[in-house]
Design a protein around this ligand. Structure first.
Ligand code: NAI
Length: 340
């Protein structure tokens, strides 16, 4: 059973137990952009998470209704809603984990980089508020382009003198979720039994699923089959953008993926052993300063950035091809943060 399915099934039972005893640490989770397409279902999923005792929902507008709605779910977390910049500090104070799905999503024909002009500024100002109001929190960035927004947040944190590379994460879990689902569908196996690392970044060819390392090898795949699975994983977001035909990008599957990653961060904070997820973090795995790979999570955030493991020739080629694009996106983010 996957972590989140088990989390969902156990939520009410655990919540009832948590009211009478507090063996678990109190954890405050804040969602910035909570009234949006991702923010709303993510708020619900975090309300179901028994590790969350306080859930703080912030957006520029519309959060009070979302907070009232989610607060009626009979689980442990106490929910508070905050709307407008003047309430941002209150929303963030005391947070253990901040999740950021704030910003505009893609429309058909757009790349994630086309979102840069709007979302870079949003992530920059939200990061400045995190530096001020909850400098010790773990930060999960969902806002695209992740390949640039994570370096932007890092620069803001450096300027504020509180950057801790162990605490900043770009959320790439949806790429992993898609790789697992698409592989399981082709292999005709149970999706929850499949694990596939996805490395690199979170846009187009920078998304590199390592199908040679899949945990449940069902057969020998041809090069063409692996290429098709890789392409579908890389284009998964665009598949949803086109199907939604102007009404946004992935929200429900992203909320699911965001909830899995946030749950892993909380488990790590609480000292659970062997919590490993892929994430876009500061890294020395390649020559690039940020890179997505498997990361072991612990009490301080990143405990260990794991290496890539053995790659097939096709994956080695993919790695070489993605480096220049990912490098340019990282540099674009750093330049923006330094100059704006
Ligand atoms: P949306 O437009 O439905 O929601 C965004 C929310 O952010 C809105 O409620 C808006 O009011 C809020 N917002 C805007 N400026 C804000 C600010 N300064 N402070 C707080 N909230 C602010 O968009 P959706 O579909 O929820 O997507 C959000 C972001 O997530 C987009 O950038 C999208 O590209 C990205 N995304 C990332 C994925 C990933 O795998 N990392 C997958 C899918 C989407």
């Amino acid at each position: 059973m996957s972590a989140t399915v088990s989390m969902l099934r156990s939520a009410p039972r655990t919540a009832v137990r948590s009211y009478s005893s507090s063996s678990q640490p109190q954890r405050k989770v804040t969602i910035l952009g909570a009234a949006g397409g991702i923010g709303q279902p993510l708020s619900l999923l975090m309300k179901l998470n028994p590790l969350v005792s306080s859930l703080s929902l912030y957006d520029i507008a519309g959060t009070l209704g979302v907070a009232a709605d989610v607060s009626h779910v009979n689980t442990l977390a106490q929910v508070s809603g905050f709307a407008g910049e003047e309430q941002l500090g209150k929303a963030l104070e005391g947070s253990d984990l901040v999740i950021i799905p704030a910003g505009v999503p893609r429309k058909p024909g757009m790349t994630r980089d086309d979102l840069f002009n709007i979302n870079a500024g949003i992530v920059k100002s939200l990061s400045a508020a995190i530096a001020k109001f909850c400098p010790n929190a773990l930060v999960n960035i969902i806002s695209n382009p992740v390949n640039s927004t994570v370096p932007i947040a890092a620069e803001v944190f450096k300027k504020a003198g509180m950057f801790d590379e162990k605490k900043l994460f770009g959320v790439t879990t949806l790429d992993v979720v898609r790789a697992k689902t698409f592989y399981a569908g082709k292999a005709n196996v149970e999706a929850s039994e499949v694990d596939v690392p996805v490395v690199g970044g979170h846009a187009g060819i920078t998304i590199l699923p390592l199908f040679s390392q899949v945990t449940l090898k069902s057969k020998t795949w041809s090069d063409e089959e692996i290429k098709a699975l890789t392409k579908r994983t890389q284009d998964g977001g665009t598949e949803v953008v086109e199907a939604k035909a102007g009404k946004g990008s992935a929200t429900l599957s992203m909320a699911y993926a965001g909830a899995i990653f946030a749950d892993a961060c909380l488990k790590g904070l609480n000292g659970a052993p062997d919590v490993v997820e892929c994430s876009f973090v500061q890294s020395s795995v390649t020559e690039l300063p940020f890179f997505a790979s498997k990361v072991r999570l612990g009490k301080n955030g990143v405990e260990e950035v794991l290496g890539l493991g053995p790659l097939s020739d096709y994956e080695k080629q993919g790695l070489q091809s993605l480096i220049p694009e990912l490098k340019a996106s990282i540099e674009k983010g750093i330049k923006f943060a330094k100059e704006s």
